[in-house]
Design a protein around this ligand. Structure first.
Ligand code: NAP
Length: 319
């Protein structure tokens, strides 16, 4: 089969398409024919070698994919060859024509969701759900600011929060992004590049209950100015350092909490992916694809995902 291989950490160009041996499932594993693979920012951090998680070289990147089960190992129940599925993690990487997963990383993909959309589910929707409910403790009717809503996680969060009856405020860096997040259910939209946007959000809400923060190194100190009493900032993304005034957390007893999807417990993951299954079945979740590229264009996809503007997910097509 064809797979992207990384022989050494470095720039996107270290990713090269190669022919590698077909895979075979061991006990408890599932072999999937990949129809589409999702590109996530974390794939770029791991590829560069700057991330805490280091993989043994050579390796195939990627956690998210959708496709059809080819074979299952012994002990795997409730999953069968021919099933349409998506992944939330992979043992062998998803930028490939085949991927091996643990059974717990494989979830049913309904007929009304395309393979490309399925490849946009695992990390973005898992992160958004964990951020809103497991870390942010967000409730119906509350003000939710999705600070950076035009990308994979942000669009997922807008759809999930709107479906849960929250008052959704979303930011994007340009007009097309703001139009997109409006279509996904964001009642109020702002430009995160406009220095006035945080004052305007405070005027609208008189205090935001939960902020999902995609770029904490830019926004965290200002987030603390616009929170309601007892509000929570969930740090999802951060690409550097920032100075904050800790006194801002005292007067309104604010909480700043980090999120790492891979730290969800097995029970929490079950809760997350069962909720996503329900949301898909109810027609409330509908991943937005920005671009599809053939697998050998993985380097271009990695350059692109690190640049604005964003309009949903970048997908690789291995066939
Ligand atoms: P993505 O698809 O690349 O989207 C990036 C988002 O950041 C876009 O909506 C972009 O908006 C927005 N952005 C740019 N400048 C911003 C600013 N000044 N303030 C607020 N937002 C800004 O990435 P993603 O998949 O949605 O992931 C978002 C972040 O979360 C990344 O840093 C990623 O590494 C992280 N993440 C963390 C976890 C975890 O477990 N902790 C899991 C998944 C993702 P415009 O393009 O419209 O400007």
């Amino acid at each position: 089969m064809k797979a992207i291989q990384i022989q050494q950490y470095g720039s996107p160009e270290v990713m090269q398409i190669q022919t590698v041996p077909d895979l075979s499932p061991q006990s408890g594993q599932v072999l999937i024919e990949v129809k589409a693979a999702g590109v996530n920012p974390v794939d770029t951090y791991i590829r560069s070698g700057s991330y805490a998680l280091k993989k043994d070289l050579p390796f195939t990147p990627g956690f998210d994919a959708a496709g059809i089960i080819l074979r299952v190992g012994s002990g795997v129940e409730d999953l069968s060859p021919g099933d349409r599925v998506y992944t939330s993690g992979s043992l062998t990487g998803t930028y490939a024509q085949q991927t091996l997963c643990l059974a717990s990383q494989v979830h049913p993909l309904p007929e009304n969701i395309s393979f490309e959309q399925g490849a946009a589910l695992g990390t973005p929707y898992g992160t958004a759900w964990r951020a809103l409910f497991q870390r942010g403790r967000a409730l119906s009717g509350q003000w939710i600011l999705i600070h950076g809503a035009s990308g994979g996680v942000g669009i997922a969060a807008v759809q999930i929060a709107a479906a849960a009856g929250m008052q959704v405020i979303a930011t994007a860096g340009d007009e097309d992004g703001r139009r997109l997040v409006k279509e996904q259910g964001a009642a109020h939209r702002f430009d995160h590049n406009d220095p006035r946007h945080m004052d305007e959000i405070y005027q609208l809400t008189q205090g935001v209950d939960v902020v999902l923060e995609m770029l904490a190194n830019v926004n965290l100190d200002r987030d603390l100015d616009i929170m309601a009493k007892g509000g929570r900032v969930v740090v999802i993304g951060s690409r550097g350092r920032i100075e904050i005034d800790p006194r801002k957390t005292m007067a309104r007893e604010l909480n700043i909490c980090g999120l790492m999807l891979m730290h969800a417990t097995p029970e929490e993951k079950k809760e997350i992916y069962a909720a996503i299954e329900n949301g898909l079945a109810a027609g409330k979740l509908n991943p937005v694809i920005a671009q599809k590229r053939p697998l050998d264009q993985a380097p271009r996809a990695h350059h692109q995902i690190m640049q604005s503007p964003h309009r949903g997910k970048i997908i690789l097509l291995p066939q």
